[in-house]
Design a protein around this ligand. Structure first.
Ligand code: NI
Length: 155
């Protein structure tokens, strides 16, 4: 396991569309392990492979209930009900903005061994799934934020 460098939001690699993972091999396992370590070290709740410079469709999420590794994730369903909450990104340290996200989502993905899985998430988990999946399509939370928060008003 190793800590990888997290790209800043000005890096143009974060604007690319990532390609699907095709090989469920040791390199993928190493990448996912490194991503989880990197996310935890940075106190984040999610990290996408392009944020460490790997343009492949893989993300890790940990909202405090253990690491979820999602390979080739696809959102299958989003609730009509939205939540408008503050959101940040490890590629934009210290910056937060208000983003409307579905309250609940259901997503399909593959685990590191290539098994197809489904997950339903609500609240922060739904938000993280949407945010990290957006990264795979070159979308950053700042693109969606209705307003950025004044850093001096944050605790
Ligand atoms: Ni992010």
């Amino acid at each position: 396991m190793a800590i990888r460098n997290i790209l800043r939001d000005t890096d143009e690699r974060l604007r690319k569309k990532s390609r699907p993972v095709e090989q469920f091999d040791g390199r993928l396992a190493e990448l996912l392990g490194d991503m989880a370590d990197t996310m935890h070290r940075a106190d984040g709740v999610g990290l996408a492979a392009p944020q460490v410079g790997i343009l492949r469709r893989a993300v890790v999420i940990d909202i405090g209930e253990g690491v979820i590794e999602m390979v080739n994730p696809e959102i299958l369903w989003k609730s009509d009900e939205l939540l408008d909450e503050a959101e940040g990104c490890l590629s934009s340290p210290g910056e937060y903005g208000m983003v409307k996200r579905p309250k609940k989502v259901r997503a399909a993905y593959f685990d590191r061994s290539g098994n197809r899985c489904e997950i339903e998430g609500e609240g922060l988990l739904a938000r993280a799934i949407c945010h990290e999946t957006d990264h795979l399509n070159g979308i950053l939370f700042k693109d969606l934020a209705s307003e950025m928060l004044d850093p001096e008003e944050q605790g």
